[in-house]
Design a binder for this molecule. Structure first.
Ligand code: MTE
Ligand code: MO
Length: 523
C-alpha cells in the first residue's frame, strides 16, 4: 500500500497512480474494444476494413524479403499465426503502457490509442481493394476505445475525501468486466462471420462449372432472338441486372462443401446428395426464362438466362417417387418452403437443379451453390434458391410458404406481354416510331403479339425468332405517330391460340392479368 493522499491533494493524477495493474488492464481492454468494434463494423464494409487484418496484411506486404524468408523458415506454414500472435503481443504491451500513462487530466494513453488507430487507418488505406469509407470501422473503434479508457481511468479515482483501498474500486471492476465481455463476444462474432465470408469467397473462386457433353448443350442463341431496339429487353439478361425476389434479409452463405440435398418423404429410397455426388452426374445446359407471380402488368420481374444443372427427373427416379406423391416440397437453407407439382418435374420439361447462370457460378443472391429452375412455373412454386431439402408429399398434406399466405397452390405461368420502348415519358417526335417489347408464356410459346393505338384496330407486331417455348419472345411494331397524347396497348396470343384477357386482376393469388398500356406524348 502506498501513502494515502490527503484530502486536499487536488489533482486526481496523484491518486490514480495507485492500481497500476488495473490501469494496465484498462488500457488492454480498451484496445481490445477498438479491435472488436472494428471487426464487427467491418462486416458492413469490406474484409479489408478490419483494422487487425488490414494491419496484418499491410505488414506482410511491406515486410522486406529477408524478413519474410526468415519468418517462413522459422514458422513454416504457421507464419500467419506467428504474425498475429506477434501483433497481439505488441498491442497488449503498447495498450498496457497507454493505460498506465492515462490520467483524467492528462490523456496520454488516449493519444497512444489514437496513434495505434492512425496506424490502422493507414493500413486500411493501403489495401488494394479498399475505399475511403473502409476507414470507418477503425475510426469508430478508436473513438469507442478512448471513451472506455477515459471512463475506466476515472472510475479508479476515489471520490474526494475518501481514502482509497488496495482493491480497485467496484465501479471499475464492473465496467472493465462488462467491456471485456463485450469485446470478446463482439470480436469472436466478427471473426467468425468474417471467416465464413472469406471461406465462401474462396469456395466461389475455386468453383468449376461442370462440363456439359456436346449432346446436352443448349442450342446456340441465334442473333434473330434479339430485335436490336435501344432500350428493349435483351434476349439474355445479365446476371447483375437479373431481377431478384426472395425473403432473405441476409443472403445465405453456403459453400459447396457444406451443401447437401436430403431427399425423403414418399420415396422408395432416401438419398442425401453431396456436392461431389451432384458433380458426378451428367449436366445439361438450357436457356430458360424465369418470371415472378408478383409481377404487375408491364412489370420488370422476368429474366432469361443460360443455366447449367442436373435434371430433377433423374434424381427423383433414383429416389423412387411413390405413386400418390404429387408435391415436391423443397426447403432452402434459410427455411423458405416451395411446393412444386411432381407432374411438372417429370413430364419431360427441363426442370433442373442449376449450379451456373450465364457461364458463372450462381451469384449468391440467385441461390449459390444450387437452385431449382423449372420452365413454365412461377418462381414461388418452383425456383427454390439455396435448396437443401426435398420432401415428397401431397398437396392435401403440406403447404408451402406462399400458399399459407393466400397465393395459389400450383402457379402455372400466365401469358404476359409488355411495352419496353418508347420508355414512359420519353420524348417522342411525330413520324415513324418503333414500339418494342417482350412477351412470354414459358413452356407454351408465343405465337402472336398485337399492338393498337387509341383503341384502334389491332395491328400485328413482328416477332423475333423463337429460341424455344421456354423463353420469352421479343417483338416490335412501327407506328406513324401524330402529335398528341396516345395510348398504346399490347396483347399476346400463346401457342394454344389463347389471347391475353383484357380483365385486370392483381398478382395475388395466381398472377396479374390485363393488357399493358402506355401513354405516349408525341410533340
Ligand atoms: N430460398 C428462396 N428461394 C426462392 C425465393 C425465396 O424467397 N427464397 N423466392 C422465389 C421467387 S418468388 C422467385 S420469383 C424466384 C426469383 O429468383 P431470382 O431472385 O433468382 O430471380 O426465386 C424463388 N426462390
Ligand atoms: Mo416470385
Amino acid at each position: 500500500m502506498t501513502t494515502s493522499p490527503t484530502v486536499d491533494t487536488p489533482p486526481d493524477d496523484t491518486r490514480t497512480r495507485i492500481h497500476p495493474f488495473s490501469r494496465m488492464l484498462a488500457g488492454v481492454i480498451s484496445a481490445g474494444l477498438v479491435l472488436a468494434v472494428g471487426e464487427v463494423l467491418s462486416l458492413f464494409f469490406s474484409p479489408s476494413s478490419s483494422p487487425f487484418l488490414a494491419v496484418g496484411s499491410t505488414t506482410v506486404d511491406r515486410t522486406p524479403s529477408w524478413a519474410r524468408e526468415f519468418a517462413i523458415d522459422t514458422f513454416g506454414t504457421n507464419d500467419k499465426v506467428a504474425l498475429f500472435v506477434g501483433m497481439s503481443v505488441l498491442i497488449v504491451l503498447i495498450s498496457a503502457v497507454a493505460g498506465l500513462l492515462e490520467r483524467p487530466s492528462r490523456p496520454i494513453g488516449s493519444v497512444i490509442l489514437a496513434v495505434l488507430g492512425a496506424v490502422g487507418v493507414f493500413a486500411v488505406t493501403q489495401r488494394p481493394t479498399s475505399d475511403t469509407v473502409d476507414v470507418i470501422p477503425t475510426v469508430v473503434g478508436v473513438i469507442v476505445g478512448i471513451v472506455l479508457l477515459r471512463l475506466l481511468t476515472r472510475a479508479l479515482v476515489p471520490p474526494p475525501g475518501e481514502r482509497d483501498g488496495a482493491m480497485p474500486r467496484r465501479k471499475f471492476l464492473v465496467l472493465a468486466g462488462a467491456a471485456a465481455a463485450v469485446a470478446v463476444a463482439a470480436g469472436a462474432v466478427g471473426r467468425y462471420v468474417g471467416e465464413r465470408a472469406a471461406g465462401l469467397a474462396d469456395d466461389m473462386r475455386n468453383f468449376r462449372i461442370p462440363t456439359v457433353p456436346a449432346g446436352n448443350a443448349a442450342p446456340a442463341i441465334p442473333a434473330g432472338t434479339d430485335i436490336g431496339v435501344d432500350g428493349a429487353t435483351s434476349f439474355v439478361t445479365a446476371n447483375d441486372t437479373f431481377y431478384r425476389i426472395d425473403t432473405a434479409l441476409q443472403v445465405p452463405q453456403l459453400t459447396t462443401e457444406e451443401w447437401q440435398l436430403r431427399i425423403h418423404g414418399m420415396v422408395d429410397r432416401e438419398i442425401t446428395l453431396s456436392w461431389d455426388d451432384l458433380m458426378a452426374r451428367t449436366p445439361i445446359e438450357r436457356v430458360i426464362t424465369l418470371t415472378c407471380v408478383s409481377n404487375e402488368v408491364g412489370g420488370p420481374l422476368a429474366g432469361n438466362a443460360t443455366w447449367v444443372g442436373f435434371p430433377i427427373a433423374d434424381i427423383l427416379d433414383e429416389a423412387g417417387v411413390q405413386a400418390d406423391a404429387d408435391m415436391l416440397l423443397s426447403t432452402s437453407i434459410d427455411g423458405m418452403t416451395i411446393g412444386t407439382p411432381v407432374e411438372a418435374l417429370r413430364d419431360g420439361r427441363d426442370a433442373m437443379l442449376a449450379v451456373s447462370m450465364n457461364g458463372q457460378p450462381l451469384p449468391l443472391e440467385h441461390g449459390y451453390p444450387v437452385r431449382q429452375v423449372v420452365p413454365g412455373l412461377y418462381g414461388y412454386v418452383s425456383a427454390t434458391k439455396w435448396v437443401v431439402d426435398w420432401e415428397l408429399t401431397r398437396f392435401d398434406q403440406a403447404q408451402a410458404y406462399w400458399t399459407e399466405r393466400g397465393w395459389g397452390e400450383r402457379g402455372p405461368i400466365k401469358t404476359a406481354s409488355r411495352i419496353d420502348v418508347p420508355a414512359a415519358f420519353a420524348p417522342v417526335s411525330p413520324g415513324r416510331v418503333r414500339i418494342a417489347g417482350t412477351a412470354w408464356h414459358q413452356h407454351v410459346g408465343i405465337d402472336r403479339v398485337e399492338v393498337r393505338v387509341d383503341d384502334g384496330p389491332w395491328q400485328e407486331a413482328t416477332l423475333a425468332e423463337e429460341y424455344s417455348v421456354d423463353t420469352w419472345r421479343q417483338w416490335y411494331w412501327d407506328w406513324d405517330a401524330t402529335a398528341g397524347n396516345h395510348n398504346v396497348q399490347v396483347r399476346a396470343t400463346d401457342r394454344t391460340g389463347e389471347t391475353q384477357t383484357e380483365e385486370r386482376t392483381p398478382p395475388i393469388p395466381g398472377g396479374s392479368t390485363g393488357w399493358h398500356t402506355r401513354t405516349i406524348i408525341v410533340s
